[in-house]
Ligand binder design. Structure first.
Ligand SMILES: [Zn+2]
Length: 238
């Protein structure tokens, strides 16, 4: 059983991010999802009474526990009571499926974008990268810019962003990744996103939004704030 106090700091961070996403309108209704690797914080504690999807091999190279938001949850509610709308999935080396730990809810169903989140965390863990946080959201101006013809390729987006803001290259040194329209929640979207994250910390999903990674939730949110600000500048000067 995971003790709530062990993930209290992570839950507080998720609540702060959820508040920003909600207040900016970047996660309307039940849109958006957040995950964070809490393996260090829980130090091997997990609930092993609740195995799921035992026919699937998730392939983590070390035991990993991911705190993530639930399917259908609203950011404005997560901001108020994160423990009610988050759970932990634990992946054990050599065992198929995963274990669910929940915190007082009757049921915890992970976000529908969990294939993307889990694929990203597996890649980060297995390649020993430092990022632990993943945020998906729907920033308005970012989505609007992708409807413009000059924003239909990764090269064009990065070229325009550099022109729009002199500090873009410093703030987002790897530039942004871009994926043409792909079905939300699909394995295809998860797979393409993963490829892009080899070289980028934020990836745009056309007609949908973006997904961002960071060492912590604040730095993942920074990426989103920066690219949406630049998108807004682009739209204002047209
Ligand atoms: Zn979405």
């Amino acid at each position: 059983m995971i003790k709530l106090k062990k993930i209290q700091e992570a839950l507080k961070s998720i609540a702060r991010v959820a508040k920003v996403l909600s207040e900016n309108g970047w996660a309307e209704a039940n849109a958006g999802n957040i995950s964070f690797n809490v393996s260090d914080a829980i130090a091997g504690e997990f609930d092993d009474s609740n195995p799921q999807k035992q026919d699937e091999d998730y392939g983590f190279s070390k035991n990993t526990s991911i705190l993530l938001t639930s399917s259908g949850s609203r950011m404005r509610e997560i901001a108020e009571a994160p423990e009610k709308f988050c759970g932990v999935l634990t992946f054990l080396v050599g065992k198929k499926g995963y274990l669910i730990s929940k915190f007082g809810q009757d049921e915890f169903i992970p976000t529908s974008e969990y294939p993307s989140h889990i694929g990203i965390h597996r890649y980060l863990v297995n390649s020993e990268r430092f990022e632990k946080a993943v945020i998906h959201s729907h920033p308005d101006e970012l989505i609007a810019t992708m409807h413009r013809e000059d924003f239909n390729s990764e090269n064009n987006i990065n070229f325009v962003f550099k022109k729009m803001h002199s500090e873009f290259s410093m703030l987002v040194p790897d530039g942004v990744g871009y994926i043409p329209f792909t079905e939300p929640g699909s394995e295809e979207l998860a797979s393409q996103t993963l490829q892009k994250l080899h070289d980028h910390k934020i990836v745009f999903w056309k007609d949908h939004g973006c997904i961002s990674i960071g060492d912590n939730l604040n730095s993942a949110l920074d990426n989103i704030e920066i690219v949406n600000k630049i998108s807004k500048i682009f739209l204002l000067q047209k």
